[in-house]
Write a protein that binds this ligand. Structure first.
Ligand code: SF4
Length: 466
């Protein structure tokens, strides 16, 4: 039996075991959590919409960052075989075919989840539990103003939002509404009860943690990230898989401090593994346009600097494939290939990985709006990935899951039909670009000349429409 077949057999066994407890039982509801400390939202797992953590609950127990009453009720429902409505992502998959395996099964099979099966099965669902997988954002400090990001995730976008209000073509929340809905983030120098609760909870929380990922904002601009790294130097966690996201567009001194810390932590084996997740969506000026604030050449220098100095770490390019990723993606892939080949671990495996989820929201910046004239670019890049999967020396550069994820984008695009909805989003695209360039005080042609024809086509749809 191949490894893949064996893995599949194990996952099916987990499905049977889960269903014996109840057909809606899922370990992720107990032990996987993402907490947005900048405004006090939480969700388990990452699929359900985050909900607000009541400060009244937090004042009694800092673990309410994870164990809110709302989550305990969802766990109770799962134990009884009822389906929490917030988990619709999985119910849709399971209802499509009885043999389908949803994330309920995949996540419950993970090494951070499955060993806790019996403990969770026998636990009172209303009792608090510590997560083994925690993702946290300490704040929204960020120096980038990416086209698809939000004010409560980036302080730079928030400043723009304060000045200009929400984008007029799509509406959205103004400052007052952000405040009323509880989404408005705490400021950098403001007392934040959610961050305070995190550090109060930490001495108990860290005993059970297997995976810890720090996101943002830009985590390296938040002092809590460095506070955590300092803490780690004195209190090693040798069973922990640690990951940090970064745009790597930070000041040189901050980057060097980060590199020095991670070098010390990995060389002294203070954690089990370290992964740096870093975002860039395509090559050169197109990348600088959509991730506004990025300096592409400096970014690639910083990537090399990290890989050169920190030898026992992996780097994952998070490429949120969007409307501007397509035309020059081949040049970006050439750089990724070169890096993959240059930075190998002591087993001869590459330390550089590529992840290509495609942008879904906002739809008007997604590849959804492109038409078939763009397919040849993606087909060519897919062929490139396949051709370069294995070097003549036998080094695996692109794994099946990396190629498969990219191929999914092409298959998805080819399966779309033309509709009024797509044209509607093309019109929104044209209007968004006009407002985006005005806010950034830039000319579209200076960044994306190869997309000018497409933009004009979208503008013409808009003028036909009015
Ligand atoms: S049932 Fe699905 S959506 Fe709900 S927590 Fe589990 S994996 Fe996440």
């Amino acid at each position: 039996m191949s490894d893949k077949e064996e893995e599949f057999k194990q996952v099916k066994k987990v499905k049977e075991a889960l269903n014996k407890v109840s057909p809606s039982f899922c370990l992720a509801k107990w032990i996987q959590v993402t907490v947005h400390l900048q405004n006090g939202f939480t969700h388990s797992c990452h699929h359900p919409t985050p909900h607000k953590i009541p400060l009244t609950e937090l004042s009694q127990d800092p673990s309410a960052l994870h164990n809110t009453v709302a989550k305990k009720i969802a766990r109770q429902q799962m134990k009884k075989g009822e389906r929490p409505a917030e988990c619709g992502y999985c119910w849709n998959v399971e209802d499509a075919h009885p043999d389908n395996l949803s994330d309920r099964v995949f996540k419950s099979s993970e090494k951070w989840a499955n060993p806790y099966f019996e403990k969770i099965k026998n636990a009172d669902p209303l009792e608090p539990v510590n997560p083994s997988y925690l993702e946290v954002s300490f704040g929204n400090e960020c120096n980038f103003r990416c086209g698809y990001c939000s004010p409560y995730v980036s302080s730079a976008i928030m400043a723009e939002h304060v000045k200009h209000g929400p984008y007029s073509m799509v509406g959205g929340y103004g400052i007052d509404q952000l405040k009323e809905s509880g989404h408005y983030p705490y400021g950098k120098d403001e007392f934040n009860p959610y961050v305070e609760a995190f550090w109060k909870w930490w001495p108990d929380l860290n005993k059970d943690l297997k995976v810890f990922r720090i996101t943002g904002g830009e985590p390296l601009l938040n002092p809590n990230t460095f506070q955590f790294l300092e803490h780690l130097k004195k209190h090693p966690m040798p069973d922990l898989d640690l990951a940090i996201n970064s745009n790597l567009g930070i000041p040189e001194k901050t980057l060097q401090r980060f590199i020095d810390d991670i070098k010390f932590i990995t060389e002294n084996k203070l954690v089990k593994s370290f992964q740096l997740y870093t975002s860039v969506d395509t090559y050169g000026k197109n990348a600088e346009f959509i991730r506004f604030g990025l300096n592409y050449d400096q970014y690639m220098k910083n990537v090399r600097h990290f890989l050169r100095e920190v030898k026992d770490a992996e780097l994952i390019f998070m490429c949120t494939y969007n409307v501007f990723s397509v035309i020059h993606f081949s040049k970006y892939l050439e750089e990724v290939t070169e890096l993959k080949l240059q930075y190998l671990n002591d087993k001869g495996w590459t330390r550089v990985h590529l992840d290509t989820p495609y942008l879904k929201d906002p739809v008007y910046l997604s590849c959804y709006i492109l038409n078939e004239q763009f397919w040849p670019y993606i087909e060519k890049d897919l062929a490139y990935l396949k051709q370069n999967a294995l070097t003549p020396q036998g080094v695996q550069l692109y794994y099946d899951h990396e190629i498969g994820k990219f191929e999914r984008i092409l298959n998805w695009l080819k399966g779309l039909s033309e509709s009024q909805h797509r044209d509607g989003n093309r019109i929104l695209f044209a209007r968004f670009i006009a407002e985006f360039c005005k806010r950034k005080e830039i000319n579209f042609e200076d960044y994306c000349p190869d997309y000018l024809d497409f933009l004009n086509y979208c503008k013409s749809l808009d003028s036909q429409n009015t």
